[in-house]
Design a protein around this ligand. Sequence first.
Ligand SMILES: [Zn+2]
Length: 190
Amino acid sequence: MFADVPRPAIVQSPIPFPRKRKAEMRRYAERHYGIDTYELIAPKVIVEHVTVTSTFSATFNTFAPDVADSELHELPGTCSHYVIDIDGTIHQLVPLSIMCRHTVGLNDTAIGIEHVGRSDGQVMSDRRQLLASLRLTRWLQAKFGIARKDVIGHAESLSSPYHHENVKSLRNQTHGDMSHTTMTRYRKRL
Ligand SMILES: [Zn+2]
């Protein structure tokens, strides 16, 4: 399904993920997905995001502390496996073997990629950032056999066939970053 895809250069910028955070991730997975693990096993989806920040350090500083998020007030703190800076530097914050809270309804099966920026348009018009993003996404697709249709924007989360959520009040929760229109353009480039 995939030809050999080279691994892009990735800078390791790990956030702390000690036992306490893993235990909270396990409890989150129990509550939301009914599974007893913090591990991300055989991911089927890649979710693309926009940070709505201007710098990598602001994003890192949002994800590093293990504090309840301001929107859903849950633990562990939110995070993303990768963050791509505006100069195209790919940072890995969390190992792919661990779940991250980045997309309600999909955290048990999705790899999260954040793009530093204020809007979809900014990401799509930043050539270096976009090329790095496409390279990383293609490599992850090849590594895990993830289909192009399962490379989605956060704003498309509710229509993913993998979306499921046990907490009723969150079943329709999503965000507006990386819209369907943006992702139609993005997927054509993969
Ligand atoms: Zn998002």
